[in-house]
Design a protein around this ligand. Structure first.
Ligand code: GLA
Length: 391
């Protein structure tokens, strides 16, 4: 869906009145190329911002009321809340994300002086795992920062988003999604060390290939509780390992060290989780080194290995995303393909040679529907900039 900012402003005036000068903002969704479930294990990630994301129009008010409207959830109508009562409430639906950001601002001493009218419109496919919630969090933080003149860096806006999602919305996510949405850069992926937030932009120059996202269109239930389980299992493994080796996070270990110490992790499931976290971190480091040398074949092979590890050891893939990855591997000209994001449904990301993109889409479209009864969706994506003002 192409979002037109002039039309959004007209809609804003229709909903909230024509006065003043509402301002427009955008925060992107993300796709992670490699480095999955490493961001809460002190490892590396390699995501990039997309050109799809969430748009917002904001105008401050003079009282303590915030009025929200989303063109993606018109059934909820205008949701009205008070800055003096920022509590999660299921009936408020999607607005619990921006509310959480306001709550976090207050908690961090950024006192929001007045309410606002806010119109939201996103073009990230719902439930796709391309970080629509993180983009909404970063967007809200940016709109509040600019509207009320707070001095907050983009990295801090990402951290505020993560804190809010962990503590207001109950999802113990890492920093990757918010960081990518806040800090993305056109045509680059972000090589981020989540143990210290050091990062580097790596140009993704693929003159002969495209990044293709395939949406399985399935989202299995209990995703956030399954995600939180993985976090707990990783933490248990870390504690066990800390009894035999001096580390702060699973990302501190090399593969060799893991093999040397792994028996300290008593529970076999936790041991598999830790194996993924350690190997995936190392894979990400190798993959970025390969990409820098223009060795796209090695980059692609590591992407495939990432999928296998998420399927077998971390168990965050599912039948549908396994089918998509396996079909992709069978198409000539596919350099790599894997599930991307939190998992349990959502999307795969594939690196596909230019001349094979049509064949890729045709093959997966037909075979996926035959095998699952579902219709996949395909997006040939560009890498865009991080969150920014539009006027
Ligand atoms: C979700 C979380 C991220 C990250 C990924 C898995 O997208 O929000 O923090 O943990 O899953 O890599």
């Amino acid at each position: 869906m192409a979002v037109n900012v002039t039309q959004l402003k007209e809609k804003f005036a229709e909903l909230f009145g024509p006065e003043g000068e509402p301002k427009a903002y955008f925060a992107p969704g993300r796709v992670n190329l490699i480095g999955e479930h490493t961001d809460y294990n002190g490892g590396h990630v390699f995501p990039c911002a997309l050109t799809i994301g969430t748009y917002g129009i904001i105008r401050p008010r003079t009282d303590r009321t915030v009025r929200f409207y989303s063109l993606n959830f018109t059934n909820l109508g205008i949701v009205e809340i008070s800055l003096d009562n920022l509590v999660p409430d299921e009936k408020d639906g999607w607005t619990n994300y921006p509310k959480g950001i306001m709550w976090t601002f207050e908690k961090r001493g950024y006192h929001i002086p007045a309410g606002a009218d806010i119109l939201i419109c996103g073009d990230i496919p719902a439930g796709s795992g391309l970080s629509s919630s993180a983009s909404l969090e970063v967007l809200t933080g940016l709109m509040l920062r600019d509207t009320f003149g707070f001095d907050i860096s983009m990295v801090d806006l990402a951290l505020i988003g993560q804190y809010s999602e962990n503590n207001f919305n109950g999802m113990n996510c890492g920093i990757m999604d918010q960081f990518a949405s806040a800090m993305g850069k056109k045509d680059c992926a972000i090589f981020l060390d989540t143990s210290n937030l050091n990062y580097e932009y790596a140009p993704v120059k693929l003159p002969d290939a495209k990044i293709v996202i395939t949406n399985s269109k399935v989202k299995h239930s209990l995703v956030s509780s399954a995600y939180n389980d993985r976090r707990r299992e990783s933490e248990t493994a870390l504690k066990d390992l800390q009894s035999v080796v001096d580390i702060k996070a699973l990302g501190d270990l090399t593969e060799e060290q893991f093999e040397q110490y792994k028996d300290a992790v008593k529970d076999p499931v936790c041991q598999k989780r830790a194996k993924h976290a350690v190997y995936e971190n190392q894979r990400t480091i190798h993959a970025v080194a390969a990409l820098k040398k223009n060795d796209i074949d090695t980059f692609g092979k590591l992407i495939n290995e990432s999928h296998i590890s998420l399927r077998d050891d971390y168990e965050t893939s599912c039948a549908e995303t396994d089918i998509l990855a396996e079909l992709a591997w069978s198409v000539p000209g596919v350099l790599g393909s894997r599930i991307t994001g939190g998992g349990f449904g959502g999307c795969t990301v594939s690196i596909v040679k230019n001349e094979s993109v049509d064949l890729f889409i045709r093959t997966l479209d037909k075979a996926y529907e035959e095998k699952t009864g579902n219709k996949a969706e395909f997006y040939v994506v560009d890498i865009g900039d991080g969150a920014h003002a539009l006027d």
